[in-house]
Design a protein around this ligand. Structure first.
Ligand SMILES: [Fe+2]
Length: 309
């Protein structure tokens, strides 16, 4: 059976930050390492400001009427809200709440995981108002199948996907299944998912990458690593034997708890839960404190070739 669950953080809290500021630097590094090894860091309440009136607004809306898509997403860099149509005061308010939320999470991580703030890309945040149970999404978009994250439009080029989640549901937990660590999954399934083929196709991928970069196409700066991870996401979701038989750890994140996880390395499925808010960061390989634990490094070792250039 897999041997991990979450690690509760009790030496950092809102609004004061580190309980022992003089140890903050060392603790930040230690937490980075835990995350990179595949641990989930857990806070029983958000370690950043999330005003009660904002939470209530998010819970009170009739989301189906706002014609929402899979989730509402917010791009902090451009101040753009996506996934909800219509105009008006409610949409403006929603954007203001996400703008605020995003700024709070960024300020929190600049302190809590300070080593990463030197070189990260602040990715999207999202609000997830639908119940994960019975969503009826197409297979590759289903959240209730165990998978690792990879984004078609935002290649990480060996960097890592860090996500901060908060369960906003006042009564129900958000339930996840996780399974074995990335290295075990990769050793078992990477070959079948096409790792060798992608690694050996370096000429084609290098050419595509060069042209994509020159022409400025989004998503074309994909390295063989990015291509493998996109494929691995789909491969795991399509693999019914894996979904059925893999060892599972059920995690119930209680109302208002917050958890941090590298979702490119920790395979996960959201089984049930409604109303979560989340901010994503892409962490550059240069600032990882345990680079040998990164999926990219693990896959390169298995393939015997570089996957990023
Ligand atoms: Fe995911």
């Amino acid at each position: 059976m897999p041997d991990f669950t979450w690690i509760s953080v009790d030496d950092f809290r809102q609004p004061s930050g580190w309980v022992r500021p003089e140890a903050g630097q060392a603790r930040a590094r230690a937490y980075c390492e835990m995350l990179e090894r595949g641990e989930i860091l857990f806070f029983s309440e958000p370690p950043f400001k999330l005003p009660a009136e904002d939470r209530q607004f998010l819970l009170a809306q009739q989301w189906a009427e706002l014609r929402m898509h899979k989730n509402v997403s917010y791009r902090p860099g451009e101040d753009v809200l996506r996934g909800v149509s219509g105009a008006g005061a409610n949409v403006d308010r929603l954007q203001a709440i996400l703008r605020n939320y995003s700024a709070e999470v960024i300020a929190f991580l600049q302190n809590f995981l300070a080593p990463y703030a030197r070189d990260w890309i602040i990715d999207f945040s999202s609000f997830r108002p639908f119940d994960e149970e019975s969503r009826g999404l197409p297979l590759h978009k289903r959240n209730d199948l165990i998978h690792v994250d990879a984004f078609p439009s935002r290649p990480t080029r060996g960097g890592r996907i860090l996500r901060v989640f908060t369960n906003l549901n006042p009564a129900k937990p958000r339930v996840w299944n996780t399974t074995e660590r990335f290295e075990l999954l990769a050793r078992q399934y990477a070959e079948d998912a096409g790792l060798q083929r992608i690694a050996e196709d370096s000429w084609l991928s290098r050419t595509l990458q060069d042209w994509g970069g020159k022409l400025g196409f989004r998503g074309m700066g994909r390295t063989p690593y990015d291509m493998f991870m996109l494929g691995f996401h789909d491969y795991l979701k399509e693999n019914t034997a894996f979904q059925k038989e893999c060892p599972k750890i059920r995690m119930e994140f209680p109302p208002f708890s917050t958890w941090l996880v590298f979702t490119d390395g920790v395979a996960h499925a959201a089984m049930s839960g409604q109303y979560a808010i989340e901010q994503t960061f892409l962490i550059s390989p240069q600032v990882l404190v345990a680079p040998e634990q990164a999926p990219c490094r693990i896959l390169e070792t298995i393939a015997g070739r570089p996957l990023v250039y």
